[in-house]
Design a protein around this ligand. Structure first.
Ligand SMILES: [Zn+2]
Length: 515
C-alpha cells in the first residue's frame, strides 16, 4: 500500500486569486514532488480548486452568473499560475467535477451505514466568509474570531458526523506518531484543541443548493469543508479503482496553511477512521507571509501576485527567493528589498557569475570542450567529499522539510567552488605551457562541480538546473538523472562540448536606499 509518493496542497478557494501565499504552499509541494522523482520514486502530486459553498454561490450571484460559470472562469487563474511557476502537479482536481461528486457521495454513504452520521437540529453561529460553525464562546465582540466579519445565526436541520466519538482515537494517534502533525508548535495547538472536547460536526446545509447533494437526503448539500477534504481520495479513485487507490494512499504529505490545520489534523483523520482508511503520514502546517511587514489582505490592497514578480525576476528567481528566505514552519515577511538583495548576491553573483566565469575559461583555453580530468589532487578530493556529503544532507533537509537550509548548504558548496576557482587561478595556469595538465584538471573539476550543483538545485530551480546541465556538456537530459547515482563524481564526459550562453541571472540595479 502507498508505494507511490503522494503529496498534496490544499485545494484553493475559487473565489480568491492565487497570490504569493497560495503559491508558497504549491511551490513547497512541487519541490518535494520533484525531489522524490529525482530519487527514482513514482510520485503523485495533487492540487486543485474548492468550488462549492455559500460564498461561491454569493459571489456568482453578485455577478449575475451561475456558480458553475463563475468557477469555470476562476479555476484557470490557478492552472495558469502553476504553469507560470513551473509547477509539476500530476493532476488538478476541481470539486465540481463528477469524479469528485461520486466519491464524496460514496464516502458519506459509507459513514451513514457505519452509524457515524445522524440528523439533528442545528442552531448556532455561522461565518459565511470562512464557511465555519462557531460557538458563542468563540466569538470576539460578537464577530468571527478568524476574519472579524459579522456572523449569522443559523437554524436548520443538519446531518452531523460523530466527531466526538473519534476525539480520543485522534488524540492518541497524534501523540503516538510525532511526525503526523508538524511542526511541533502546531501539534501542541491541535492536542490542546482536542483536549478541550470535540463536538459532533455539522456536515450538511439546506439553506442553499450550491454543493453536492447527500445521496440519502438530496435536499441537503454537503458542508463544504467535509466535502473538500475528500478531494485527497477522490482524485485517486477511492471506491472506483481500488488497485490505483491503494498504490497511492495514504498521502506522504498534506501541506497546509496553519489556518486550516484543524480540519486536516482533527476532522480529516476522524473521517478516515470512520471509513476504515489509513491516515496520511504527515500533515505540515506552514506559517503565513506578510507583505512589507503588513498582513496581506484585499482591503489593504497589498495582495501580491506571483506574475508581477516573475516578470521581474524570472520564474527561478521567484522560486529561489521564497524557498530560501523563509523557514517553512514559521511566519515570514516578504519584502522587495530582500528579494532584490538575494537575487543580486546569491543568484546573479554567486551562481550566475560562477557559471559564466567557468564556461568563459573553458571557451577561451580549451575551445569549449570538456578537458580530461587527470589525477585528482587534495583540493579536488575535498570538493568531491563535500558534494557527496551534500547529497546525504539534502535528503535530511527535505525530509524535515527545511527548504531554506537545503539551499543554504548548496550555496556553501557554490562558495567553495568559487574559492576553488580563485585559488587555482586558471588564468595563471594558462600562461604557462608546462601546466596544461593542471589547467585541464582545474577546468574539469569546475565543470563537474557545476554539473552536481545543477542536479541538486533541480527540484528548486528546474529551468536553471537544465540550462547549467546542458551548458557544461551533458548530452543526456537532466530529466533522466537520478539521486544519488548521477551525483557520483566524474560522470561528466571529457570531450563533450560546452556552451557559454547568456547570463542566467542578469544583475539588477539597486535603488539608492538598498545599497
Ligand atoms: Zn470568518
Amino acid at each position: 500500500m502507498g508505494e507511490v509518493f503522494y503529496v498534496t496542497t490544499p485545494i484553493y478557494y475559487v473565489n480568491d486569486m492565487p497570490h504569493i501565499g497560495t503559491a508558497y504552499t504549491t511551490l513547497a509541494a512541487d519541490v518535494l514532488a520533484r525531489y522524490h522523482r529525482l530519487k527514482g520514486r513514482e510520485v503523485f502530486f495533487l492540487t486543485g480548486t474548492d468550488e462549492h459553498g455559500q460564498k461561491v454561490a454569493q459571489a456568482a450571484e453578485e455577478r449575475g452568473e451561475s456558480p458553475q460559470a463563475w468557477a469555470d472562469k476562476m479555476a484557470p487563474h490557478f492552472t495558469g499560475t502553476w504553469k507560470l511557476l513551473n509547477i509539476s502537479n500530476d493532476d488538478f482536481i476541481r470539486t465540481t467535477q463528477e469524479r469528485h461528486a461520486l466519491v464524496a457521495q460514496l464516502f458519506i454513504e459509507k459513514l451513514k451505514e457505519s452509524g457515524d452520521i445522524y440528523l439533528d437540529a442545528y442552531e448556532g453561529w455561522y461565518c459565511i466568509h470562512d464557511e465555519s460553525f462557531l460557538l458563542s464562546s468563540q466569538l470576539v465582540d460578537g464577530a468571527c474570531p478568524d476574519c472579524g466579519r459579522p456572523v449569522d445565526w443559523v437554524k436548520e436541520e443538519n446531518y452531523f458526523f460523530r466527531l466526538s466519538k473519534y476525539a480520543g482515537k485522534v488524540l492518541r494517534h497524534i501523540e503516538e506518531n510525532p511526525e503526523f502533525v508538524q511542526p511541533e508548535s502546531r501539534r501542541n495547538e491541535v492536542t490542546s484543541f482536542i483536549e478541550l472536547g470535540l463536538k459532533d460536526q455539522s456536515i450538511s446545509r439546506t439553506s442553499f443548493a450550491w454543493g453536492i447533494p447527500l445521496p440519502f437526503d438530496p435536499k441537503h448539500v454537503m458542508y463544504v469543508w467535509f466535502e473538500a477534504l475528500l478531494n485527497y481520495v477522490s482524485a485517486i479513485d477511492y471506491g472506483a479503482d481500488p488497485e490505483r487507490f491503494e498504490s497511492i494512499w495514504p498521502a506522504d504529505w498534506h501541506l497546509v496553511g496553519k489556518e486550516i490545520l484543524r480540519f486536516h489534523a482533527v476532522i480529516w483523520p476522524a473521517m478516515l477512521m470512520a471509513a476504515g482508511l489509513p491516515l496520511p503520514k504527515r500533515v505540515f502546517a506552514h506559517g503565513w507571509l506578510t507583505v512589507e511587514g503588513e498582513k496581506m489582505s484585499k482591503s489593504l490592497g497589498n495582495v501580491v501576485g506571483p506574475d508581477e514578480l516573475v516578470d521581474e525576476y524570472g520564474v527561478d528567481g521567484y522560486r529561489y527567493y521564497f524557498l530560501r528566505e523563509f523557514s517553512f514552519g514559521s511566519d515570514g515577511n516578504f519584502s522587495r528589498r530582500t528579494l532584490l538583495r538575494r537575487y543580486n548576491a546569491e543568484l546573479a553573483n554567486d551562481l550566475g557569475n560562477l557559471v559564466s566565469r567557468v564556461l568563459t575559461m573553458v571557451d577561451r583555453y580549451r575551445d569549449g570542450t570538456v578537458p580530461e580530468p587527470g589525477a585528482p589532487g587534495e583540493e579536488e578530493n575535498v570538493l568531491r567529499e563535500k558534494s557527496s556529503a551534500l547529497v546525504d544532507s539534502l535528503d535530511r533537509r527535505l525530509a524535515a522539510p527545511a527548504f531554506n537550509e537545503a539551499l543554504a548548504e548548496i550555496w556553501e558548496y557554490i562558495h567553495a567552488l568559487n574559492r576553488y576557482v580563485d585559488v587555482s587561478a586558471p588564468w595563471s595556469l594558462a600562461k604557462d605551457a608546462s601546466r596544461g595538465a593542471d589547467l585541464d584538471r582545474v577546468l574539469y573539476n569546475c565543470l563537474e562541480g557545476l554539473r552536481i550543483v545543477s542536479l541538486l538545485i533541480s527540484p528548486f530551480m528546474p529551468g536553471t538546473a537544465a540550462r547549467i546541465w546542458e551548458r557544461v556538456g551533458m548530452d543526456e537530459p537532466l530529466k533522466g538523472a537520478r539521486l544519488p547515482e548521477s551525483a557520483a563524481w566524474g560522470l561528466l564526459p571529457a570531450g563533450s562540448v560546452t556552451t557559454r550562453g547568456e547570463a542566467l541571472f542578469p544583475r539588477k540595479e539597486t535603488q539608492p536606499e538598498d545599497s
